[in-house]
Design a protein around this ligand. Structure first.
Ligand SMILES: [Mg+2]
Length: 238
């Protein structure tokens, strides 16, 4: 039977795009208000991102380090900020990360997590840098891991294996819930972990191509999806 349920975060428990746009805007406001102000044009940021990633390929999943390195180069362009570069970057990162956690949960997320946490151990396994501990739902999770913590992003198995190890459970005793067919569903199911694909009504038409145990478009349907997985496990045992 299922003991552990793991969750992806971005686009599984909340839409990520509004949170990133908001955080980028807060960051931009902060930098341009400095004396002298630091411009934050998107095309420059993209170019700096490419340069940093060419030097540090592992920053592709160490997103906080990536953003810190980009900001460092941006601030260094202004000679009058040279001596305070580190302080400015630290403050800007605080602002970005705080705003990054300014997310709006999908409807039904909190109720589903609350109900499931009564029966199962819940954990978060993310490639991103949201800090779920800062949110109202943080207390439902017994383990919160990011790709940065384990040194490798999904679809690599490290995050899943770390969760199995932590809870001392077998892959078939775990369900993983995520929105990405490759990074979440395929990666977890290759390890023998049951999966719930949290998708959209539009994307649902390709569900046959995604090897998920269950498909949902609404988190209110999650508890019954988990029940169906448990029912199938008991039927197979008989
Ligand atoms: Mg996701």
């Amino acid at each position: 039977m299922i003991k552990v349920i793991g969750f992806d975060l971005d686009n599984t428990l909340w839409p990520v795009k509004p949170a990133i746009l908001y955080a980028e805007q807060q960051l931009k406001n902060h930098l341009t208000a400095l004396k002298p102000g630091i411009a934050y044009p998107p095309e420059d940021i993209q170019a700096l991102r490419d340069t940093v990633l060419a030097e540090h390929p592992d920053y592709s999943f160490r997103l906080t380090d990536l953003r810190r390195a980009i900001l460092h180069r941006l601030v260094q362009r202004e000679p009058r900020h040279h001596e305070q570069t580190q302080d400015i970057v630290d403050r800007a990162m605080q602002i970005f990360l705080k705003a990054r956690n300014h997310v709006t949960l999908y409807s039904g997320a909190e109720a589903a997590l609350s109900a499931l946490s009564q029966t199962y151990a819940l954990c978060t396994l993310t490639n991103g840098n949201a800090d779920v501990g800062q949110l109202s739902i943080g207390g439902f999770f017994q383990l919160k891991l990011s790709a940065e913590d384990v040194g490798a992003p999904k679809p690599k198995p490290d995050l899943f294996l770390a969760a199995l190890e932590h809870f001392q459970c077998q892959p078939e005793e775990m369900v993983y819930v995520g929105d990405d067919p490759i990074l979440d569903v395929d990666a977890a199911s290759k390890l023998g972990i049951h999966t719930v694909w949290k998708t959209t009504i539009e994307a649902r038409s390709v569900a046959d191509a995604v090897p998920a145990s269950e498909v949902i478009v609404d988190l209110t349907a999650l508890p019954t999806a988990i029940e169906r997985i448990n029912d199938r496990i008991s039927t197979e045992r008989e």
